[in-house]
Design a protein. Sequence first.
Lengths: 353, 393
Amino acid sequence: MPNSVVFLDFQDRAVRAELVLPWAELQYGLPADLAEPRLPASSQTIERLAAYLREHVGATTPEGRPWAQTLDNIHIVQSPDHLDLEAHLTFTPPRGADTSALVLRDSAVIHIVMSHVILVFDRQAGAAAQPRLIGVLQNPKTMLLVRRQLRPGEGFVAAFKLGMRHIAQGADHLLFLFTLLLPAPLLAQAGRWTGPKPARQAVHDLIKTVTAFTIGHSITLIVGAGFNLRIPQQPVEAAIAASIMAAAAAAWRPLLGHGKSAPWMAGGFGLIHGLAFSAALSEYALTPRAKAQAIAGFNLGIEAVQLALVLAVAPILLWLARTRAYPRIRLVGAGTAAAAAAVWAVQRLMIGA
Amino acid sequence: VSKASESEIMLSGKRTAILGACAVLALLAAGDRGRGGAALAQPAAVTSACPTDTPTGGSTTRVVAAAHALEGLLDAGQRRTINHPLELQYAIRWSNFPAYIVPRNGVPIGDLNPEQTRAAKDLILAAAGACGARLFDENREADILGHQAIRGIDPGLHFISFNGVPSESKPWMLMISGHHLDFNFVFNGPEAGATPLFAGSDPGRFKDAKGVQHEPMARQGAVLADMARAISNYPEAQIPGVYTDLVRSVVSFGGGPPGRGGGAPGGGAFGIDTRYPVTYPAGPQGRGVSYAKLKPNEQALVRHAIESYAALAGRQISAPLLKLYETPEALAQTYVAYSGDTNLVQPRAYVRIDGPRVWIELSVQQSLVDRATTHFHSLWRDKVSDYGGQFRN
């Protein structure tokens, strides 16, 4: 017997659904006087069919908060030997939720026809002409968790944007990077920061430090996300706070990581930051190819923002390092970073990440 | 090739006329037996009893010998076509749909020369036993009639496939798969492998060109109807809802015209056992009446019904399973249920046996070949040993 079909179309602000319900099966779910409709259907008939769909079809967040829903259109489609009910719905997520995941609830037809199946497709996930089957509903199962799947290529772009957003909103990562850069233009002598390095060497060291941090977090991001490692985030978040603390200490006095060892310290802390980045990707169940795309896009997104920050901040630091005010600026910066890191550390250890 | 679902194969005006003519002919043939599906209700003067199988039916030695004999007669191209790896993607490629809609693995029997055909039939007899082999022959007879109504239906489109190498010690699978009849036997697997076994026939009852009356599913239909009538005295035996088809069979196509949700979006996943491993109802609720609650004569009907399906596999394949299904412990946990017409005549009649391992369900639907009558879909699954337990997780 023919089954029902739901096509989902994930958009940035809404999920659109197209439903096709074969009348041969739908009829058993309808009141007797609706089961054999007179065509063309009266507006009253259409309204009752709409009410049936509203009762049986809906969407919620994975946590169960309802999405707003509009029934855009509904009509009975006549083919030579059968009828279908077709409808288009738009689901809009509630405040604070996005369209990356929804729970589709659909009990139309299957609440009564035990042999009936609802085939749920993602129109964008498959190749252009072939929507991908993402699940089947059959009594008593009426709900399906659907995660947005990305189109080929879209995966990279979306992951790139996600990476940019992730680090741009990640004050801790940015603060760490900034703190790391504070002493980079300076020379160390006898356990103290002294005057500025020659400009050329300062730029050189800066690039090395930033590159080392990048290599470090790329390693753990690729390994963590690539192998779906489930790393407990609370210790990672706490370790990131600690890394800021350490960078602040290093900005105060050349205690660890200056000169030749600076890139090693940056790379080591990068490893920790990468673990946090990988968690942002772990919730996406992707094919290996899509995953590789996502990791590459995400990482490059992070690098793009990071590079923008370095390009904006480094010249200023290089210039400031040559002024008398720099020791004070450096200490205020290090102190601010240390204070913020302390607050984060307490929050993350006491309250949980 | 129409990709519409089986029950909604597009009817052009011409085809409708042919179908109409078929219906009229069938009615004439049915004579005074009355209109439509009612003709199916009465046990007729047809060969409803199953021929007795030999004790060696289904024996691995015999089946392997017959498989090698057939393979020895095939040319190189056919040999490539008949052999597949023992992998889930090939195993699940069985269907109630005709092969022109849902392609099968292996070589079609229609492409074999007389000598090869004899070897193929020996193999089918060796594996499916006398009863299963007869059902195979009668399904092909039904397809001759089906072809007159729907051109794509073809008695030659029943396929034989070896998944893995036929062997007396290593696991391999024999698939015999075509319209309304699918055998999936696994030998030397972790479990005895008789299932999934899809049995049906459309039309359900017909006269062949020689005027011989056939009712391929007569035995299973009669014994399940006896059982359904008997359990209808127990209120919980009638399960709620409407059953227009089986509930644990292949995933069917979507509704709507092809390309707009209908037909086969996603192609390969449809009309085959995509959902394996299958989940089953659990707990005592909604599964019908407990076997333990039935009277001894009613219990005997349940066992007969199970045995009528076991008989569709060679004795040595089904015997170990039958033994497991009929232990007192297993029967005590077995439920039987029905929906709709207990005579199994009207469309949407449904009956089911649901044990700790055995799952047998039968659904009555309108015939597509002869729209005035009905036909059966039925399925025997084993909750543990489908595909010989070869692909469980």
